[in-house]
Design a protein. Sequence first.
Length: 257
Amino acid sequence: MTAAPVSRPASVRPSWPGMIAFVTASAVAVGLAGPFGMTTSQPDPLMRIAHFFVASIGIAALTIGISDVLSRLRPQFGVWALAAGAALAAAPGAFLVQASLRVFSPVSLDHVSWTGLLLRTLPMNLILALVCWRLLGGRLEAQRMAEVVQTSGPGLSNRLPPELRSAPILALQAEDHYLRVFTARGDALIHMRIGDAEQVLTAEDGVRTHRSFWVARRSFHAVERKAGRMALMLTDGKVVPVSRSRIDAVNEWLERA
């Protein structure tokens, strides 16, 4: 039985007043500089500024909108949704730049094609996405984690089927974009990342043994070694692998027992 899906991640939408102020300042600076030969094709700096402002606002709105949809449809993307949104927004963004040039600098259209505009828009938009990654990444991750914790309630109980909610959690196993939660009464598959679940279970005495496994103290039975590899046997007979990068952390956890 599968529990309710995980809550949607924090929105990637920034403060619009702040973004408009940033775009305005950038449009003024770029418009005065007149890159791409625009000082020749459009000598009026006000028209250049207007073009860059309209194009920048439009492309930013496209990028934010696409990224927001992606982050909600695919929560596992996290802040990667910004880069994906920037790439997907480049094609319609090039049409937008073309339309803006038709209004503010029609002569420029004689020297550039849609393909040329796309080749300019794509890298610029990806660079801006990297900037947003740095500026928003940590805050978005904190917001998303707060939503996960708030929606999950105590432990992971609100994610599990009713008959499992009061059962002690024994182990977690990542399965693609889902998470199998093993309890004393059975297991359930939920839509959640194992890293998020690990954060929710900080009050539990457990350890991450592998990128795909987490084990609670109450379920640990013995240490096994097969072909020189370390593994943990659980009380129900399940054997959980220990990755090489996690051996020291697991050994420290075992020593604290």
